[in-house]
Design a protein around this ligand. Structure first.
Ligand SMILES: [Zn+2]
Ligand SMILES: [Zn+2]
Length: 644
């Protein structure tokens, strides 16, 4: 009898199979031919492996198919190999370096004397997809360092030789090569079973790069590309990408004159009048909703002595993300701009004695925050150094957690609905590194689960992804073109009450620790505005639009009346303007469309006579001439901020 191995599947099932059986054969013989066909790679005892690898000992096995994002990543690295193969076939003498998968695709860096032209990319893409169609298996081979170096030296691949030498210097004794057809690369793997598994390859662009990312090193030519398991998915992605480029908030922010940046203030926006209006509409909206939700708004200092950050633990772990400020007394950098509100809320809570009757206490703050993000990471409004959040902290008894979470989700529901955003929920539970007893975590996670179940909210459980100080629920919204954004969050915190010695007097007249819940719905206003700009493609619903109505006259003689209409609307709290520039009516109407103003109010002699306006909606729909009273009624319905 030959030796056997025991393979444990993710559902806990155990199967006995002949020792040395390949992962692929095991899946085919012991699980099913369908899964074997769909498989791309596997994890054996948590380690990524190719399907051709033998099972030599008892192991846990997890199979990844085209449905898993991890498999897409592997297939994109497969694609990088195929593209490198195509490049070397088309442009002999080109040397290869590295080709990792990245978010949404892959790149490959080549050494050659000139850049790739768009025509080159077309040829490479065509040949790469031919190699995909040839269904060449990826074959893994283990070799000695000497053999690997000899192989790549013979090919004149200086960069590969350098990489291998580095790895050998770090102690590697066996190296792996991956071959498809005649092309071979030194690579750690894993790879899919064969080139046809890749699906379809699309090349996106080329640019310059440097060997090891250092400009003192050799200049390289980088090709960016992506791959999808099927053409339909690729086409959907291309369409989404084009749509996203049109909606890019950095582009629309300029065109709609919402915000600007200056090199003297990297990562901190200048908000133009229209952007400021949008910002304050959102602030007022959130204030109204949190107030109605039982929160109180407080403001705390922006500048704090390091003592606070030492107490909160940020001084040790988070210092490089804070802007330090020199103190006039000590001449030391021992003050910092606050990067978050929590510690100051805890201080504020601790300034008074609290009874169980006061709880829950909900503090809401929209103060300016600063984080010292690396200059290279700054991007439009999505990654900034100065921002504000719809931040709040709830101080409550442990038995109030569930009801507080339910309350929070009700508010979040309402808010996202007002913006037309749907969302998915994730519950993250205890990580390996954590504080607190297992009983405490059982109760905390139980409270969050109870709340989600009471709300009948479907959620994904992410074991181990909670913060070290408590479990959390995250809310990812999807926008109008199907992209996902991590926005809302509610996190339990058992550490802060300890660190800040927060207490309340219970019914038993003794001191107890409250629990803290950190929560946000917009997250940062800056990032939320970026998302809204892209979600609405700049065409905000009337209640959000910085300018709701623009009045346009047919001739100058209606100018007086136009101003009267504007003044009436402004007096009622609507945001209206008259376009008084010396342009034709058509030009002004067209301009209002470019600025995506919800209502353009056209006024000619007839409208003046009748005390009316002829409104036209953004997008072109002409509403019939109507009395101004009727317009006001329409605006009352569509242009008022949704109130709680
Ligand atoms: Zn590889
Ligand atoms: Zn917080």
């Amino acid at each position: 009898m030959s030796a056997m191995v025991v393979v444990t599947l993710p559902n806990g099932d155990k199967k006995e199979a002949p020792k040395g059986i390949s992962v692929h054969s095991f899946v085919k013989d012991f699980i099913g031919a369908g899964l074997a066909k769909a498989a791309v790679f596997a994890k054996v005892n948590g380690q990524d492996v190719d399907l051709a690898r033998p099972l030599e000992q008892d192991a846990s096995l997890q199979i990844f198919t085209s449905k898993n994002p991890e498999a897409q990543e592997v297939a994109r690295h497969d694609a990088a190999h195929v593209v490198a193969d195509a490049v070397q076939r088309l442009f002999p003498g080109t040397q290869v370096t590295i080709g990792p998968s990245i978010e949404e695709g892959f790149y490959y860096d080549f050494f050659r004397d000139r850049p790739f032209t768009p025509e080159d990319l077309e040829k490479i893409e065509k040949l790469a997809n031919e190699i995909v169609a040839q269904d060449l298996p990826f074959v893994r081979e283990e070799v000695s360092p000497a053999a690997a170096i000899a192989l790549f030296e013979a090919k004149g691949e200086k960069f590969k030789v350098e990489i291998i030498n580095d790895i050998v210097a770090k102690g590697a004794t066996t190296l792996t090569l991956y071959k498809h057809g005649d092309w071979v690369d030194f690579c750690l793997g894993p790879h899919g079973p064969s080139t046809s598994k890749i699906g379809v390859i699309k090349l996106l662009s080329s640019s310059g790069a440097y060997w090891r990312g250092d400009h003192r090193n050799a200049a390289l030519q980088r090709i960016y590309g992506t791959a999808f398991f099927d053409k339909k998915a690729l086409e959907a992605w291309v369409k989404q990408r084009e749509e996203a480029a049109k909606r890019d908030h950095r582009k629309l922010g300029k065109e709609l004159d919402l915000f600007h940046f200056h090199p003297f203030a990297p990562g901190s926006a200048f908000w133009a009048p229209k952007g400021t209006t949008l910002y304050t509409v959102l602030q007022d909206y959130m204030r109204a909703h949190t107030r109605a939700g039982g929160y109180v708004e407080i403001k705390t200092p922006l500048l704090f002595n390091k003592g606070l950050w030492e107490q909160s633990g940020h001084w040790g772990k988070y210092k490089e993300n804070m802007f330090l400020v020199q103190d006039s007394e000590s001449a030391e950098l021992d003050f910092s701009l606050k990067p978050m509100n929590c510690p100051s809320h805890h201080l504020f809570y601790g300034m008074k004695k609290h009874s169980y009757r006061d709880l829950p206490l909900r503090f809401h703050t929209q103060d300016v925050l600063h984080r010292n993000e690396a200059a290279g990471a700054l991007s439009g409004l999505t990654r900034v150094r100065q921002f504000a959040q719809d931040d709040a902290h709830i101080y409550c008894r442990e038995d109030q957690i569930s009801s507080e979470v339910e309350r929070f989700v009700a508010l979040l529901n309402r808010v996202y609905k007002d913006f037309g955003l749907s969302y998915a929920v994730k519950l993250s539970t205890r990580p390996p590194q954590r504080i607190g007893t297992d009983e405490l975590w059982d109760r905390a996670e139980g409270a969050l689960k109870t709340a989600l179940e009471a709300l009948k909210l479907p959620y994904e459980l992410v074991p181990g992804d909670g913060a070290f100080y408590g479990p959390k629920i995250d809310f990812a919204v999807s926008d109008s073109i199907g992209r996902n954004w991590q926005l809302g969050t509610i996190q339990l915190d058992y550490v802060a009450p300890e660190r800040f010695d927060l207490t309340y007097i219970g019914e038993d007249n003794k001191e107890h620790r409250p629990v803290v819940l950190h929560r946000a719905i917009f997250g940062s206003f800056e990032r939320f505005i970026a998302i809204l700009i892209e979600h609405f493609a700049g065409a905000f619903p009337a209640w959000l639009a910085p300018v709701q109505c623009v009045v346009v006259t047919v001739a100058d003689r209606q100018a007086e009346y136009a101003k009267q209409v504007r003044d009436r609307l402004v007096g009622l709290g609507f945001r209206a303007e008259v376009d008084e520039r010396g342009l034709s009516m058509q030009k002004k109407i067209a301009e209002a469309q470019v600025q995506k103003v919800p209502f353009t109010l056209v006024i000619g002699d007839r409208e003046v006579e009748q005390g009316a306006v002829a409104p036209r909606r953004y997008g072109g729909e002409d509403l019939k001439t109507m009395p101004v009273d009727q317009l006001v009624a329409l605006l009352e319905k569509e242009a008022r901020t949704p109130m709680p």
